[in-house]
Ligand binder design. Structure first.
Ligand code: ADP
Length: 485
């Protein structure tokens, strides 16, 4: 029997993306289809999403959804079955999904995503004609209130259904002051430590975690790490208390989008047996970033320039990177001080360090295809996707041993090299010493071409497609639906 699942998220590729969440939500329907799961994705009606769906089909109208007119619009775009919450007062704005064009969070984010959660609960819980679901899967705090509404204020005449809450990054919890509680339209019973109350306010992610039939996060190591205060960011107690309902399922990558043998972005496509063709991509990348040619490794970085990603430490290690004969091409945007720091490093080391503070998907492909090694010095990393793209593209990952980075890269230590299984370099703790030592290790291995090629080929042989993880989600759904019967 086909299981009908409503996936609720604030981002999905190819419609709207600020990070890895979008990649995962966009890939899940395809990953689950072979397992007899029909997935519909509910998204907020941001301008880009409304443009993508065109006219669509109105399936539900709200005169006032938490005070504003709104409607649910269904559309099929390629393989995606979408329902979009068209609520212009909440989502028809310039800027990003969460903030204004200057990057400041919208002051009414609580109301925007409470309304989104309310609509998700109505759709999943049976309030919308001809829409029936067996399970609801909410992603991150923006979708989490759906589970609280289903628990404390289900739609009239609706039916209960099992739920999954996936945490893509526990650092983002959607906490808001107590004054918002009356505006949520929840009964007083919801205001409790086992409901939505969290540290004297309302915790959206916390509320979802309390209400969910099962909680998942995006790698096995991160699922263990967030039991610890250093990673749990205040929610470690709840993670521990719900430990029996918690599991880590590794993200996959979309191998249709990310395949070096077919990638139209690359100057030269290549596979594990045609690695020498990567040189063409490397030359193209050097010229695109105006880097001097050199015989040392060309490192790349792709990602948000934030404390989480360890970018402050990397910045402090750049003199060393250049000193060993390395070069760096960086693509990322984020904290103003870090952006300025990297631009200053590029001025200090012209031809050796080059920086693009932009969001550029196509360039990220060219970098993975032409760089020698990708640096991911994250202080914490729930799963991480860029190291997986690196593995697939023969761009050797140099990563901190945390979260999904620990789960996906095999360190080139003596045992890993002797057994011929190493795929990259891992280091412990994000300090200048550990990062510079890792850069030196990468450099030493790079200068032994046979060893380096082995690392590249081993990485390219790894299967991080969605096949395994799609099955893991499908098994979880089936288990929850059976338990619920
Ligand atoms: P996070 O979700 O914490 O930002 P992930 O590694 O899980 O980190 O996912 C980041 C995703 O966003 C990857 O697909 C990465 O390639 C992409 N990405 C991040 N920054 C940029 C950028 N500046 N340009 C293009 N792609 C980017």
């Amino acid at each position: 029997m086909t299981l009908r699942v409503l996936s609720v998220a604030s981002e999905a590729v190819p419609f709207v993306k600020t990070g890895g969440l979008a990649d995962v939500v966009g890939a899940l329907p395809g990953a689950l289809a072979p397992h007899d799961v029909a997935m519909t994705t509910l998204l907020p009606g941001y301008p880009a999403v409304m443009r993508a769906i065109g006219k669509g089909r109105t399936i539900h109208t709200y005169p006032a959804l938490l005070g504003e007119p709104a409607r649910l619009v269904a559309a099929k775009i390629g393989a995606h079955s979408l329902v979009v919450l068209d609520a212009p007062a909440y989502f028809a704005r310039d800027g990003g999904p969460y903030g204004d064009p200057a990057g400041r969070d919208w002051a009414d984010n609580w109301r925007r995503f409470a309304a989104f959660g309310r609509a998700a609960a109505d759709l999943a819980g049976g309030a919308v004609k001809r829409q029936r679901f067996d399970l609801i899967h909410a992603h991150d705090w923006q979708a989490a209130m759906a589970l609280a509404y289903l628990r404390f204020a289900p739609p009239e005449g609706g039916r209960a259904l099992p739920s999954v809450m996936t945490i893509h990054n526990i650092a983002f919890q959607g906490w808001h002051g107590a004054e918002i509680f009356p505006g949520l339209g929840l009964p007083d019973a919801a205001w409790s430590v086992h409901g939505v109350e969290y540290h004297g306010g309302v915790g959206f992610l916390k509320a979802g975690m309390e209400a969910a039939s099962a909680i998942t996060t995006v790698s096995p190591t991160y699922a263990t790490e967030i039991r610890d205060p250093a990673f749990g960011m205040g929610l470690e107690g709840l993670v521990l208390s719900r430990g029996d309902r918690m599991r880590g399922i590794l993200n996959g990558i979309d191998t249709g989008q990310w395949n070096p043998e077919t990638d139209a972005e690359l100057a030269a496509t290549f596979g594990p047996r045609k690695l020498e063709r990567r040189t063409l991509n490397k030359r193209a990348l050097e010229s695109e970033f105006a880097l001097e040619p050199g015989d040392g490794p060309l490192f790349i970085v792709i990602g948000r320039l934030t404390w989480q990603k360890g970018m402050d430490v990397l910045l402090a290690a750049l003199d060393h990177l250049v000193g060993i004969g390395g070069r760096l091409a960086l693509l990322g945007a984020g904290e103003a001080a870090l952006e300025a720091g990297f631009h200053a490093a590029a001025v200090k080391h012209p031809g050796r360090i080059a920086v693009r503070t932009a969001y550029d998907e196509a360039l990220s492909h060219r970098m993975q295809g032409g760089g020698d090694a990708i640096l991911v010095p994250s202080r914490f990393e729930p799963c991480g996707l860029t190291q997986l793209y690196g593995l697939a593209y023969g761009c050797v990952p140099v990563v901190a041993r945390t979260g999904g980075l620990a789960d996906t890269v095999i360190d080139a230590n003596v045992a890993g090299l002797q057994a011929g299984v190493a795929t990259g370099i891992q280091f412990d703790g994000v300090t200048i010493q550990s990062v510079t030592a890792a850069i030196s290790r990468a450099n030493a291995l790079y200068r032994q071409p046979a060893q380096w090629r082995l690392l590249q080929r081993n990485g390219m042989k790894c299967d991080f497609s969605w096949a395994r993880s799609g099955k893991a989600y499908a098994d979880l759904y089936v288990q929850l639906v059976e338990e619920h019967r």
